[in-house]
Write a protein that binds this ligand. Structure first.
Ligand code: ADP
Length: 270
């Protein structure tokens, strides 16, 4: 190779390499910062329910002679323990979705099955609040993804729609094909989301209107999981909302044409 050519190539290549290296370091620092923030937020969020469980256990101990009091504190202890369980499993799911690891199995998935499973997962809660989930739209559409993660994402949207709607209301879920994507929209006529909060509710642990939110006992992680799950599938999530009128969350995922979706895993018969 002619020396002059090498020199001129090097001068072209070196700045680019430097740029790439700098970018790589910046990216690594960003990921590391995210990890540190995540650990800090998470530890902070876990302190409250762990503290409550400890206090309630002590309360039961000191009320040992009063069966009514014991029952009362035991009920609250169970509720806090369930919340703690939900919080930890959501933290684990979110951390998995945020990591660089492969998220399980990407297969052709029937959207109908995912929607059915998500509706079933919210059935009892919806029924308890007298809320009906109305399902509509197109059938037979297929996307590529992880069935369990997609079911959880849509389940989280339905759970919110139910939690932030008045008792007796109707929640809708609709599916349609649009421009090479599958649109899955979850709509409610609930409390709605203030414009200032709309950008922030996808951040982890962010909850609009603390007082009102706290009553529903959420974790502030549901939408963060939705966002990361959808991004991992090459999709998007969009929000329309008006305070007092309701909200519609629309997930868009790349449509798979002409696919035979793989069968859902058989349920174990008892
Ligand atoms: P949470 O467990 O608090 O519901 P999410 O991440 O799922 O956590 O939601 C974040 C916040 O966004 C909620 O606390 C609530 O303030 C708001 N939000 C989410 N979905 C709805 C909805 N369908 N209607 C009104 N507010 C909503």
């Amino acid at each position: 190779v002619e020396p002059r050519l090498v020199a001129s190539r090097a001068s072209v290549i070196t700045p680019r390499l430097t740029l790439i290296v700098i970018r790589d370091i910046t990216e690594r620092e960003r990921v590391e910062q995210m990890r540190r923030d995540f650990v800090a937020n998470t530890s902070h969020e876990l302190k409250t329910p762990v503290g409550a469980v400890t206090l309630l256990a002590e309360a039961i101990d000191s009320a040992a002679d009063d069966p009514d009091q014991v029952r009362h504190f035991a009920g609250r202890l169970t509720a806090e323990a369930l919340r703690l369980g939900q919080l930890t499993s959501r933290i684990m799911n979110l951390s998995r979705l945020q990591s660089a690891d492969d998220i399980a199995e990407m297969r052709d998935v029937a959207v109908d099955e995912v929607v059915t499973a998500a509706i079933e997962s919210q059935g009892i809660t919806a029924e308890a609040s007298g809320i009906t989930i109305a399902r509509g739209g197109e059938r037979g559409l297929v996307v590529r993804g992880d069935r369990q993660i997609l079911t959880e994402a849509i389940g989280n949207l339905l759970a919110n729609a139910v939690a932030y709607s008045p008792s007796g209301a109707q929640v809708g879920i609709g599916v349609r094909e649009a421009d090479d994507t599958v649109e899955i929209a979850v709509a409610d006529h609930g409390i709605g989301i203030h414009e200032d909060d709309q950008q922030r509710i996808f951040e982890r642990f962010y909850r609009a209107d603390q007082a009102r939110s706290r009553r529903t006992g959420g974790t502030g992680l549901g939408l963060s999981i939705v966002k990361h799950a959808v991004q991992r599938h090459g999709g998007t999530v969009e929000l329309w909302s008006r305070p007092g009128r309701g909200s519609t969350f629309t997930i868009r995922l790349p449509l798979v044409r002409g696919a035979e979706p793989s069968a859902a895993p058989k349920r174990k018969s008892k």
